[in-house]
Design a protein around this ligand. Structure first.
Ligand code: ACO
Length: 329
């Protein structure tokens, strides 16, 4: 049996500027009470245009921390995968910019486009490549500067998002630790419930597309909410089944941090107590592909999950895409 991938180190980085609910009340017609009661979000960190921080800057910072935690040099990496839908530019990939910034001169690099699910999709890919022996050390990052796509006049979306990157370094496991299962799924029929339709080949960049705000996030929140609850339950069940786990075998649930009500619904469905669930949506908001790896890194830092324990990662995002993975740390 080929060696599964294990997590050798984790790291995170967030946008340099803090944005509280109070700050948002000066931008749109909203209140702290509305945002907290509907989403659980109190604060987020963003990269403003004047901060001069792009997605690969956050990736590089998170990657350096993950490499240090793993005790590896950047030159030992064989592959860099970045899950993102808000990269530095259309091409080349944010992974290649990250490679240059950290000096990973022996690696291949590419991006994965699966919206919020990009990190868990990348975990499945990295695990398969490590198990097959095609790659040995993989740097996997989830990163977004989503505020580049936020409509600051739309109070239904602009209060939700933050900018961040979370990184893990993966390598072959020689014991019972590592990726126990992965599950990935998508449904492209529902793309227009959550998307940024402009600036590509579908609706080309034009004065009209800019005026329509086609390049910004459009979301039907209620519909997304319903699908998120259903699909995260599906993914969670599938990942546990594939790993032969019961909810009681999971030491820490690390759900996508979009909304506290979606997290609570997932916990309720499986009987996960909130004490065994990582929550940081209050401090970071929804950071899309970065959400799970920054929650995982913080969980490791806080000792919420330790070596030998099982984390269950579960996510839902635009596409729609959804995914889950069971990982023994
Ligand atoms: N402040 C005050 N009022 C607001 C705000 C706000 N920030 N945003 C919307 N409202 C108002 C609306 O205008 C509406 O007013 P009306 O009834 O007078 O028309 C009212 O609140 C209800 O609006 P809804 O959009 O129906 O509010 P809902 O209760 O569904 O909450 C929310 C909105 C929080 C976006 C919710 O639908 C949700 O969490 N959806 C999941 C979407 C999500 O998390 N997306 C992120 C990306 S996908 C992912 O990561 C899973």
């Amino acid at each position: 049996m080929a060696l599964r991938a294990k997590v050798l180190g984790t790291g995170r980085a967030v946008g340099p500027t803090q944005l509280t609910n109070e700050d948002l009340t000066r931008i749109v017609d909203t209140t702290d009470e509305w945002i907290v009661s509907r989403t659980g979000i109190r604060n987020r960190f963003i990269a403003r245009p004047e901060d001069g921080v792009c997605t690969s800057d956050l990736c590089a910072e998170a990657a350096r921390k993950a490499l240090a935690a793993a005790g590896l040099e950047a030159s030992q990496l064989d592959l860099i995968l970045v899950g993102t839908v808000t990269g530095d530019c259309k091409f080349p990939s944010t992974a290649t910019f990250t490679q240059a910034k950290i000096g990973a001169s022996n690696a291949a690099a590419m991006d994965i486009s699966a919206a919020c699910s990009g990190f868990v999709y990348g975990l499945e890919l990295a695990n398969a490549l490590i198990q097959s022996g095609v790659k040995r050390h993989v740097l996997l990052i989830g990163a977004e500067v989503l505020t580049t796509m936020v409509d600051w006049e739309d109070r239904g979306t602009c209060v939700l998002f933050g900018d961040a990157a979370g990184a893990v370094v993966l390598g072959p496991s020689d014991d019972d630790t590592g990726v126990l299962s992965t599950y990935t799924k998508s449904d492209g029929n529902l793309a227009d419930l959550l998307w940024a339709p402009g600036c590509g080949s579908l609706r080309r960049l034009s004065p009209q597309s800019l005026e329509n705000k086609d390049h910004l996030i459009h979301m039907k929140g209620r519909h997304v909410y319903v699908h998120a609850v259903r699909c995260m339950a599906d993914a969670t069940q599938q990942a546990m089944d594939l790993a032969g786990l019961q909810p009681a075998d999971v030491d820490l649930l690390v759900p996508h941090q979009a909304n506290i009500r979606i997290i609570e619904a997932t916990c309720e469905r499986f009987g996960f107590p909130m004490e065994k669930t990582m929550v940081n949506v209050d401090r970071y908001g929804n950071t899309s592909a970065a959400s799970i790896p920054i929650a995982l890194d913080e969980a490791v830092e806080l000792g919420r999950i330790t070596k030998g324990q099982v984390a269950l990662l579960t996510v839902f995002g635009g596409g729609f895409t959804w995914a889950a993975a069971a990982v023994r740390l």
